[in-house]
Design a protein around this ligand. Structure first.
Ligand SMILES: Cc1cc2nc3c(=O)[nH]c(=O)nc-3n(C[C@H](O)[C@H](O)[C@H](O)COP(=O)(O)OP(=O)(O)OC[C@H]3O[C@@H](n4cnc5c(N)ncnc54)[C@H](O)[C@@H]3O)c2cc1C
Length: 272
């Protein structure tokens, strides 16, 4: 049972409850507070620190590799693919407008995609690069978003791949510091963050929503925003959101490595 003080502070009625203090939950709180400073917002995070993709990703400031965009265009169409790329590109600009490069270790080193695919000939690789560069030019402001860097494969010591594509707009970013800095920004806007509290469910009662947590405390809100990403299924199974597996390979420092920048490898089974 909550004390009067707890009920009147941490668990007080609020305009909005956000579930999940990853990047999505934090940016949502930030934007809402900026748009309407008088809104009261409580952010509930089930772990002591945010424990999802936001602090466990690869640390690329990226907006889609060549093969990812080819695949997205096939599945969702050109307009939808470009709209997502534009949002991601603007998102990176927004991050840089809000935080200094030093604070989040933003390193504009560019990025590579190593492609292993027997069906992807040098000629059609150049065709895809040219095509996507044309589509992306209004977004990136450059006609050379992607460059064919296959000739550099040996020089960089990237073995067992057939093609290498360079994207000069990609960068490295320190995901832990980004989440930390954003958390501080959100706290400064008077958003209440409670860590170590798992949301177990909610019920709508009249105009308000009663949110139930693992320890039996409840919070009343007018609106609820769920930013649970890969954990969405636990509370919203009807949405059929299935997390994809992401994998990052880390090595010890490699002596003499001259490749500077981030590298993703894609093994495609798509016939081009
Ligand atoms: C392996 C991997 C590598 C990636 N690499 C990159 C990259 O290099 N560049 C890039 O731009 N993107 C990358 N991404 C994608 C990016 O990290 C995610 O899209 C982004 O972090 C999602 O943020 P989010 O806030 O939606 O989710 P998350 O960061 O997953 O946050 C969800 C939060 O909700 C909390 N939560 C869940 N359920 C509850 C509950 N019931 N009650 C309370 N809290 C709850 C969790 O604890 C978690 O903190 C990568 C993703 C993965 C998995």
């Amino acid at each position: 049972m909550l004390s009067f003080w707890e009920k009147d502070s941490y668990y007080a009625d609020t305009d909005i409850v956000i579930i999940g203090a990853g990047l999505m939950g934090l940016w949502s709180a930030y934007e809402l507070k900026k748009a309407a400073p008088s809104l009261s917002i409580t952010l509930l995070e089930k772990n002591a620190t945010p424990l999802g993709a936001s602090t466990r990703n690869a640390g690329f400031a990226c907006f889609g590799s060549l093969t990812e965009l080819i695949s997205d265009e096939t599945t969702m169409g050109t307009a939808a693919m470009l709209s997502i790329v534009e949002s991601r590109f603007k998102g990176i600009q927004k991050i840089r407008a809000n935080f200094s490069d030093e604070a989040i270790q933003y390193d504009a080193c560019g990025g590579f995609e190593a492609i292993q695919n027997n069906h992807f000939t040098a000629a059609n690789l150049d065709g895809h690069i040219q095509y996507l560069n044309g589509l992306l030019a209004p977004i990136t402001g450059s006609h050379q978003t992607f460059c064919n860097a296959t000739k550099q494969l040996n020089r960089y010591g990237v073995k067992a791949f057939d093609h290498l594509v360079y994207n000069s707009f990609e960068a490295g970013i320190h995901s832990g510091k980004l989440v930390n800095e954003l958390t501080n920004k959100v706290l400064a806007l008077d958003v209440r963050i409670i860590n170590g509290i798992e949301v177990k469910g909610w019920i709508k009662t009249g105009e308000s929503i009663e949110i139930a947590t693992q320890f039996g405390q409840t919070i009343k809100a007018k609106q609820l925003i769920a930013c649970m990403n890969g954990f969405t299924q636990t509370l919203l199974p009807q949405l059929n959101i299935v997390p994809a597996r992401g994998q990052i390979l880390l090595t010890k420092p490699i002596d003499g490595l001259i490749l500077k920048g981030f590298i993703t490898g894609e093994i495609l089974a798509i016939e081009y």
